[in-house]
Design a protein. Structure first.
Length: 162
């Protein structure tokens, strides 16, 4: 059985993330989605628990998708959940530079135990990012093309957007 970890900030989950999750859940037996605090990014709009709760709600019918929250390193979460690899999504060349460094670091700090698999979102989702969704919502624009209805509601229910 091949189990993989999809770690990220998911602040909040977008249709880009969802496209990667859908592909990963077709390719692998089980996908563990880990909501992590990326210390390079500000805390942002939602708490880790709020982000995870939205993802759980979206995938409650999917038996091979699990959602967890952790403050540990992604490789440690992968090892403790018996995940063979980390899945990451690639959008652009700028993602590529960062992801290459990240996968090398993750291999190194896990003593070569954790590899990384990159998937590409379908083209209509490739440009979407959580920060862009928050930005255009703050500008009063419609975000329904970029996030699930449940996520749109949660964003709209927040009084202040970061
Ligand atoms: P992180 O803070 O770990 O980068 P993100 O939530 O921003 O967390 O992203 C998690 C993963 O999902 C990253 O690999 C990112 O490149 C990928 N991702 C995010 N949005 C998209 C998208 N629209 N298409 C493809 N991959 C994406």
């Amino acid at each position: 059985m091949t189990k993989v970890l999809y770690p990220g900030s998911f602040n909040p989950i977008t249709k880009g993330h969802m496209n990667i999750i859908d592909q990963a859940s077709e390719l692998f037996d089980e996908v563990v989605i880990a909501v992590l605090q990326n210390t390079l990014k500000k805390v942002g709009l939602f708490t880790l628990e709020e982000r995870a709760e939205m993802i759980k709600e979206l995938y409650k019918e999917k038996k091979n998708i699990r959602v967890i929250v952790s403050t540990d390193a992604a490789v440690d979460v992968a090892l403790s959940h018996n995940c063979k690899a980390i899945v990451r999504g690639l959008r652009s060349l700028s993602d590529y530079d960062f992801e290459v460094q990240l996968q090398q670091m993750n291999k190194e700090i896990s003593d070569n135990q954790i590899n990384t698999i990159c998937l590409f979102a379908d083209k209509e989702y490739q440009f979407i990012s959580s920060s862009m969704v928050k930005e255009i919502h703050n500008l009063g624009k419609d975000i329904s093309k970029y996030v699930a209805p449940l996520v749109q509601e949660r964003i709209e229910s927040k009084k202040e957007h970061v």
